[in-house]
Design a protein around this ligand. Structure first.
Ligand code: IPD
Ligand code: CA
Length: 268
């Protein structure tokens, strides 16, 4: 078995256990435990408990690997592999009872920074939807057992695009201005509320493209590999890696069109 497949099997196993825990906690009721960067940026006890479960299982089963998680931060490892984890991506949906949230677990090699890492395996599990997106580097990506392949939008009606708006009200004017620039490419816009699900949906052809400012490495690490292994592209403008500045995800031609539309940005 390749190292990538071995890492993916572990990612899937842990994502399923973690997703079931999140789902169970949701059915018991959810309270917001704290706010983070802004009033709208929340964390629930379930986010913390789920991340702890993932972290403990990884340190038991792969003690030499590093860890980078949304809720509990980073810890270096000796093996050159780091696990990049979002325990619940879509926490606001989760808190409101919208069943669109996911556990996202990726294994990357190299420096644990999207500019430098190579993603090896990724699992995005949406427990309330019963859907699992997976990818192992060089071995393709899947939704359940179905192999995924992206396609450029055709037919002239425009692309079904998704985006998001960060939690900081100070950035909303800029986000809306960028959306207005990209809008001529769109047949319609979705704001799904989980970047990991947005990017996985591009891989599955449920969306044509996605762009968002302000997302973090754990939001896109696993889904980005799912998309790349389906033949799609994820990155920032100008050939850069995805970053908090801007992340674009789409089939290659649409990626370039979104990038051109965003370049018209006047710096709002
Ligand atoms: C958020 C979601 C959301 C995106 C935010 C992310 P969280 O992650 O992915 O769709 O718009 O930028 O922070 O806070 O639910 O883990
Ligand atoms: Ca997230």
């Amino acid at each position: 078995m390749s190292q990538e497949t071995e890492l993916l099997e572990l990612a899937v196993d842990i994502a399923c256990e973690a997703g079931q825990l999140a789902h169970r906690r949701r059915s018991e009721g959810v309270a917001i435990a704290a706010t983070k960067s802004a009033l709208a940026d929340i964390v629930t006890d379930a986010d913390r408990e789920v991340e702890l479960l993932i972290r403990q299982r990884l340190s038991r089963e792969r003690p030499d690997d590093g860890f980078l998680g949304e809720e509990s931060g980073a810890e270096g490892g000796a093996s050159g592999i780091t696990w990049v984890v979002d325990p619940i991506d879509g926490t606001v949906n989760y808190a409101y009872g919208i069943p669109v949230y996911a556990v996202s677990i990726a294994a990357v090699s190299g420096q644990p920074d999207p500019e430098h890492w190579t993603a090896l395996a990724g699992a995005v599990f949406a427990p309330a939807l019963g859907e699992l997106f997976t990818a192992a580097r060089g071995e393709g990506s899947h939704l359940g057992r179905e192999r995924l392949a992206v396609q450029e939008p055709t037919g002239g009606a425009g692309a079904l695009l998704a985006t998001g708006f960060g939690y900081d009200p100070a950035t909303h004017a800029g986000d809306l201005a960028r959306l207005a620039r990209v809008m001529p490419l769109a047949r319609d816009i979705r704001r799904i509320g989980s970047a990991a699900i947005d990017i996985s949906y591009v891989a599955a052809g449920r969306l044509d493209g996605y762009f968002e400012r302000g997302i973090n490495p754990w939001d896109h690490a696993a889904a980005g590999l799912v998309l790349q292994e389906a033949g799609g592209r994820i990155g920032g403008p100008g050939g850069r890696a995805p970053s908090t500045t801007m992340t674009i995800a789409a089939a290659p031609e649409l990626f370039a069109a979104i990038e051109r539309a965003l370049e018209a940005d006047t710096g709002v």
